[in-house]
Write a protein that binds this ligand. Structure first.
Ligand code: IPE
Ligand code: IPE
Ligand code: MG
Length: 244
């Protein structure tokens, strides 16, 4: 039994698992470079790590796992790299259609999907239709062409255009975000040694706990996830208040 499993067993007695974990899946390029491989090989390895970590989160009973796969700024990369990432996403979704019932993880894709190919968008629709029928505790959100600022601008525009809109409050605007109806991330993990947010979940991270590690994403293991959760469990979340 891992220490996280032990802690999970004692949940309710002081140690609480995060309901929502978010990950900035960074370091694929450096992982490949270290091995003399093309950057795209790093993305392929990173996609495998995502599969493994998503299954682990399901086993732990994490409710939401939100991963940053492609940002609104990542279009600045070479056409070759962008198309390799989109190809991996397509491959992942095709396999997910086959395996979703077995894997039992609901998949949602968050972001502005309009610039994606019609083929990829059709695949996303198919995956999301299957996920409606799954009875699972765990949902994986894949952020694709996602930007936190873009999300907020879109939410404001959607709110403005909605004839049924309510008075503008924080709770009201949250209903127009990609994450509508989901709890904010409790824990945000960034591997690869970078310590910045890079336009991820700007609104939702207001009171998230951050965990940084030098491990490159393709090398990230279940033990690294345990370490992140253990660090999270030692944090004192005050939300601006004073501890009693
Ligand atoms: C993260 O890895 C994946 C994407 C941003 C698509 P990187 O490709 O950013 O890897 P590094 O940061 O160059 O090592
Ligand atoms: C953030 O990583 C985006 C994803 C992991 C998808 P980047 O590699 O794009 O971020 P920067 O450029 O280092 O800030
Ligand atoms: Mg990077």
């Amino acid at each position: 039994m891992t220490s996280t499993e032990r802690q999970q067993k004692t949940a309710g007695q002081g140690t609480v698992l995060p309901r929502h974990i978010a990950i900035i899946m960074d370091g694929n390029g450096r992982w490949a470079k270290k091995r003399g491989l093309p950057r795209t090989a790093g993305h392929a390895a990173g996609a495998e790590t995502f599969r493994r970590i998503a299954s682990y989160c399901r086993d732990l009973g994490i409710e939401y796992l939100t991963v940053y796969a492609f940002s609104t700024e990542n279009w600045k990369r070479s056409a070759e790299e962008v198309s390799a990432i989109m190809g991996l996403l397509k491959k992942y979704l095709e396999e997910a259609i086959e395996k979703m019932r077995r894997e039992n993880v609901r998949i949602r894709v968050l972001g502005d999907l309009s610039p994606l190919s019609p083929e990829l968008r059709a695949l996303i629709d198919r995956v999301e239709a299957i996920d409606e029928t799954l009875e699972t505790r765990t949902q994986a959100n894949l952020c694709v062409n996602y930007g936190g600022r873009d999300e907020i601008v879109r939410a404001v525009k959607a709110w403005q255009a909605d004839p049924d809109r309510g008075e503008l409050t924080e709770a009201e605007l949250s209903k127009y975000l990609y994450t509508a109806g989901m709890p904010d991330p409790d824990l945000i993990i960034r591997p690869s040694g970078e310590e910045r947010i890079s336009n991820f979940l700007l609104w939702q991270s207001a009171y998230s706990e951050f965990y940084f590690t030098d491990v490159l994403w393709p090398d990230f293991t279940e033990r690294d996830m345990d370490a992140a959760i253990e660090a999270y469990q030692k944090r004192d979340r005050r939300y601006g208040g004073v501890k009693k």
